[in-house]
Design a protein around this ligand. Structure first.
Ligand code: GRF
Length: 213
């Protein structure tokens, strides 16, 4: 399966996908990385392994729809049939989300549907949650909504800062994003209503950090 990855910054999740794809057994190739920021570190990570990159600065477009159409055209031209958002900090238009329905996934650093939006780790600590984690989900029009593909859970420790908690969560992000992508590429995922159902798993919406068990 050929994919495009959309980023805005550091690109550590992109790196986890690049690393996974470097394994011959992993059924995915990255055909394009798009960033809306020219200085995104993720662009360098892609170039280092000769993955084509494109920058679309949202400020160069008068509407969100025009920006999204330009990205969609580039994604299709690259041959990609599936999109992974990896720290892409722009909201997508309804048309874009609809035209890539069930072919567009995101990773979010909380246990959705709790703690949507920005400053997630701060929110988690402020509310005194005992556990946090991360979620890979199909994208729907509403922010951080959509059928859940994979989640991983981490403890929130009493002396955690947003940075220490974020680092603990990020480690799990790098495990579950490639895992969720592999399940899709292997044709093991179907969407039924608002649930993503994974073949062979009776309870798909739990941590799948070890899919063999
Ligand atoms: C990650 O925490 C991801 O969950 C969120 O944005 C962050 C991106 O980090 N959507 P990186 O650019 O992948 O390092």
């Amino acid at each position: 399966m050929k994919i495009a990855v959309l980023i805005s910054g550091r690109g550590s999740n992109l790196q986890s996908l690049i690393d996974a794809c470097s394994d011959d057994d992993f059924p995915v190739d990255i055909s394009l990385v798009i960033s809306n920021k020219a200085d995104a570190l993720g662009l360098k990570r892609a170039s280092e392994v000769s993955i084509p990159t494109k920058v679309f600065n949202h400020k160069d477009f008068s509407t969100r729809e025009e920006f999204d159409t330009a990205m969609s055209d580039a994604i299709e031209a690259s041959g990609a049939e599936f999109i992974c958002l990896a720290g892409f900090m722009r909201l997508l238009s309804d048309d874009f989300v609809k035209s890539w329905r069930d072919k567009l996934i995101n990773i979010h650093p909380s246990l959705l549907p709790s703690f949507k939006g920005l400053h997630v780790h701060e929110q988690v600590i402020e509310r005194g949650a005992r556990f946090s984690g991360c979620t890979v989900h199909f994208v729907r029009s509403a922010m951080d909504e959509g059928p859940i593909l994979a989640q991983a859970v981490v403890p929130v420790l009493p002396d955690d800062t947003a940075d220490t908690l974020g680092a603990r969560v990020l480690e799990q992000e790098h495990i579950i994003y490639p895992l969720a992508l592999r399940l899709i590429a292997e044709g093991k995922v179907r969407v039924s209503g608002e649930r993503a159902i994974i073949d062979g798993h009776k309870t798909p919406n739990i941590s799948l950090t070890n899919p063999e068990k």
